[in-house]
Design a protein around this ligand. Structure first.
Ligand SMILES: [Zn+2]
Length: 155
C-alpha cells in the first residue's frame, strides 16, 4: 500500500449502467463534444468505445480483420452486457486513422469513405440488434466549435 491518499473525484458515482453507447475515435479533441451531444440527446452518461478510426473498425471489409474482430466483440459485449438501447456512431473531419490509410486519395474520398463506414457499421448493428436505435454523426470543427452533422443511415 502506498502512503499517498487516494484522489476522490467530485463526480458522483452511479451504480446503474448508461443505456447509450458512443463508438468514436480516440481523438481527445472530440471527447467533451461527444458527451455534450449525448446530453443534448437526453443521456447524462454514456458508455464509450473509443479507438483510432472509431466506427471504421466495425467495417470488416475495409479495416484490418483482427482489429475489426476485437472491436466488434467489444461492441457486442457492451451492448448485451449493459443492455444498451441506443448507439451513437461518430466519424470526424481530419481523422488521423483515415489519413494514414487513405491520405493519398484526398479529403473528399476520405469523407466519402467515412460515411460509407458509418452506414456499414449501422447496418451491421441493425442486423444484430433490430430494436436498437442507431444514430450516425459526422463531427466537423468550425468557428471554434464542433458541429455534429446527422448522417442518414441510408444514402
Ligand atoms: Zn480520428
Amino acid at each position: 500500500m502506498s502512503d499517498e491518499q487516494p484522489f476522490i473525484s467530485k463526480v458522483p458515482y452511479e451504480e446503474t449502467h448508461p443505456t447509450v453507447l458512443a463508438i468514436y475515435c480516440s481523438d481527445g479533441r472530440f471527447t467533451d463534444g461527444v458527451e455534450d451531444l449525448a446530453q443534448a440527446l437526453g443521456h447524462d452518461r454514456i458508455d464509450t468505445l473509443t479507438i483510432p478510426g472509431g466506427p471504421a473498425l466495425l467495417n470488416r471489409w475495409v479495416a484490418d480483420y483482427l482489429e475489426s474482430d476485437v472491436v466488434t466483440r467489444a461492441a457486442r459485449f457492451l451492448i448485451e452486457g449493459h443492455h444498451i438501447t441506443e448507439v451513437l456512431l461518430l466519424a470526424h473531419a481530419g481523422c488521423g486513422y483515415y489519413r494514414a490509410r487513405h491520405g493519398a486519395l484526398g479529403p473528399e474520398f476520405i469523407a466519402e469513405q467515412q460515411i460509407t463506414d458509418l452506414r456499414h457499421a449501422a447496418e451491421e448493428l441493425h442486423k444484430a440488434y433490430p430494436h436498437m436505435t442507431v444514430r450516425l454523426f459526422f463531427a466537423r470543427p468550425g468557428g471554434g466549435r464542433i458541429h455534429f452533422e446527422p448522417v442518414p443511415a441510408k444514402a
